[in-house]
Ligand binder design. Structure first.
Ligand code: FES
Ligand code: FES
Length: 142
């Protein structure tokens, strides 16, 4: 359908032009995580200030879905309170699992393009890799 085509274009745009790819110098929350089914891995760094995600960057090796999702996630969480970022991750997880989720809680923007991936169970782990890394980084802070 046209929607599937649009979703694919959005994913490919993030894959080819990743936002927030790189590493910070200085103090960060750093998490390394891999997808056990394929061995792909990501390093996520968060700059946390006043209980908020001030900035986020990632590097890693992975498929187009995992890297596009990391790009989208690092864009989306900037400026959020830590508990809001966790909440967004839960919404994303529900979206990927085909459960009902609150579409209006956050501006999900490009993230909704990953719904097209949810039809393929093997790819859900790809799409959630960066989000799990983010949750771990924040939960380890508490
Ligand atoms: Fe191979 Fe994601 S685990 S496609
Ligand atoms: Fe490894 Fe997608 S194939 S993260």
């Amino acid at each position: 359908s046209n929607l599937d085509t649009l979703y694919r274009q959005v994913i490919m745009d993030h894959y080819k032009n990743p936002r927030n790819r790189g590493e910070f110098e200085g103090e960060t929350v750093t998490v390394n995580m891999n997808n056990p089914t394929c061995g792909d891995r990501i390093q996520l760094q968060l700059q946390v200030e006043d209980g908020k995600v001030k900035d986020a960057k990632f590097v890693g090796e992975g498929c187009s879905i995992s890297l596009a999702s990391a790009s989208m996630m690092t864009q989306a969480i900037k400026g959020l309170q830590l508990d809001e970022a966790i909440e967004m991750s839960q919404i994303f997880s529900d979206m990927m699992l085909g459960k009902d989720y609150d579409e209006d809680r956050f501006d999900l923007g490009d993230i909704e393009a990953l719904q097209g991936v949810a039809k393929f169970p093997a790819r859900i782990k790809c799409a959630t890799l960066a989000w799990k890394a983010m949750e771990k980084g924040i939960n380890d802070q508490k």
